[in-house]
Design a protein around this ligand. Structure first.
Ligand SMILES: [Zn+2]
Length: 507
């Protein structure tokens, strides 16, 4: 699928076996997907999949998700996650409150500064120490303690000014964000969704560079909608707070609510790809985090996030990754969206199985072989884009920047510089360098920021959007590229750095 910037691999093969134990519900041996799935049937079978989901099925006390694979006799059986309220994840619970933001400057942040400060991330087990060093699991349960930073509280007019100035936004970059949001709003469909296919209304082909035609990669509208919503949310626009995009965001959220598939083991936004699910869940999680639970409708939103996260956990492969297909061995790009959406859900007091994130971390590290923190797609060898993704993921999963090999890997990333034509690489690299408060941030930022300002379409119907001649961006087209570029330019205030002590709520 496109948003990952990866063509659906022609062959999906498990490249690494589980290195981390997990009691997350797993596909049994008998029911495991065949090791090889030909991509030409992947898309079509998964369009069928949505219609073929059947459940729930009583029996062993848990619901079962049965997904038929079209003409194949393969069967995916996922058992309902037994929610375990693990207190180890609740060490930050006093800080994990929703953040009220307002784009019209009426919110006050005074109350936020009175919250207790949390010590920064730490590694909490011997096993994880080995993982941090790039080693594998020695068995036993792995724990990940989420960092306390990464909050959303600066997504306000004041926050945009303060943190934009602090971390390197310019008047021009802020204008570019506004232009991008206007373009995105103009491309919302009547049902509240967005589509990567710009041949559809309301664009009707007026923009060049729609999603790549003829590709076998699923390009779900749930993914497009999630990406667009993330761009609005990143600038402080929510469905609750008055502002020019309040209805835009509300309609997008309603679309995701209405299209959610009941899968027994959770809610499903795949539309043919786990990309769609992960991105949609991340958008809903951020929307929930930004709105008060006291306000009408948030209980419903919380339920959507909780059940979506349940589906995500159930869809994880035993090696800790996620693939296009639930339960299949996956890759760094699909897995990254699932991890970030689970982290966001967890911060909303949604129960996430403790092993989901630690086994995801084990998977990420299993793709490094040749050198520390040089991440591969499904396994070694490493390459630059998956390394950018991997470094960002590691930060979210509790990696300390105090660990020299990791910091060196961040420095290497900064030294290589932004790719400029590869927004997927640059987005994750920007997240990694921002969150780590890397010493080369200013140089990195000024180069990428000014490039994005310079290359944004300035005239006509395409004004506010981006497109690069990038084989990955071509697949998702102009809508994917525009949302990713907008989020890149929002980074200053979109997330508080994960590893900097700030007077702020965590995400
Ligand atoms: Zn258009």
């Amino acid at each position: 699928m496109s948003v990952g910037g990866r063509v659906v691999p022609s062959v999906v093969v498990g490249t690494s076996e589980a290195t981390a134990p997990s009691s997350c519900p797993r596909i049994s041996e008998d029911d495991r997907l065949p090791a090889v799935l030909i991509s030409t049937i992947l898309h079509t079978t998964f369009l069928l999949l949505l219609a073929l989901l059947t459940l729930p099925e009583a029996g062993d006390g848990g619901e079962r998700l049965t997904a038929s694979q079209g003409q194949s006799s393969s069967l995916v059986v996922l058992r309902t996650l037994e929610v375990q309220d693990d207190q180890r994840f609740d060490s930050n619970s006093a800080m994990d409150q929703p953040v009220s933001v307002s784009i019209d400057a009426r919110v006050t942040l005074a109350s936020l500064s009175s919250e207790p400060k949390e010590e920064q991330v730490e590694v909490v087990s011997d096993e994880m120490q080995q993982l941090v060093a790039g080693g594998g699991s020695t068995g036993g349960e792995l724990l990940v303690r989420l960092p306390s930073g990464g909050g959303l509280a600066k997504r306000t007019p004041e926050g945009r000014l303060e943190y934009g100035a602090k971390y390197g936004a310019t008047r021009e970059s802020e204008q570019a964000v506004e232009a991008a949001l206007a373009w995105l709003a103009a491309h919302q469909r009547n049902n509240g969704s967005w589509s990567f296919n710009l041949e559809l209304d309301p664009c009707n082909g007026a923009c060049r560079h729609s999603k790549k035609q003829g590709t076998e990669s699923p390009t779900p509208s749930t993914g497009a909608t999630g990406l667009a919503l993330l761009a609005f949310l990143g600038a402080g626009h929510t469905h609750h707070h008055e502002g020019p995009y309040q209805e835009t965001v509300r309609r997008g959220i309603y679309f995701l609510r209405d299209i959610a598939g009941e899968a027994g083991a959770g809610l499903d936004w795949q539309q043919g790809s786990m990309y769609g699910h992960g991105i949609a869940l991340m958008a809903l999680s951020e929307a929930l985090a930004m709105t008060s639970k006291e306000q009408f409708g948030d209980a419903d939103l919380h339920r959507l996030v909780a059940r979506g996260a349940s589906f995500t956990c159930n869809a994880q492969h035993e090696n800790g990754s996620w693939g296009y297909v639930p339960g299949s061995p996956g890759d760094m790009t699909v897995s990254a969206w699932q991890v970030l959406s689970l982290v966001a859900a967890k911060k909303n007091h949604v129960d996430i199985h403790t092993n989901a994130l630690s086994s995801a971390k084990a998977f990420a590290l299993s793709t490094c072989k040749d050198r520390d923190f040089w991440f591969g797609y499904k396994g070694p060898p490493g390459e630059e884009t998956t390394t950018a993704i991997g470094l960002a993921l590691m930060l979210y999963l509790g990696q300390s920047t105090e660990y020299t090999p990791f910091y060196n890997a961040l420095t290497d990333l900064a030294d290589r510089g932004p790719k400029l034509q590869n927004v997927y690489h640059d987005y994750y690299a920007t997240l990694a360098l921002h969150h780590s408060r890397h010493h080369a941030w200013d140089e990195w930022n000024s180069k990428l920021r000014d490039h994005l300002v310079r290359t944004q379409a300035k005239k006509g119907h395409e004004a506010g959007s981006w497109h690069f001649a990038d084989p990955w961006g071509d697949i998702g087209g102009r809508l994917y590229t525009t949302a990713m570029c907008a989020m890149t330019l929002e980074v200053y205030y979109r997330y508080m750095p994960l590893y900097e002590k700030v007077d702020d709520f965590p995400l």
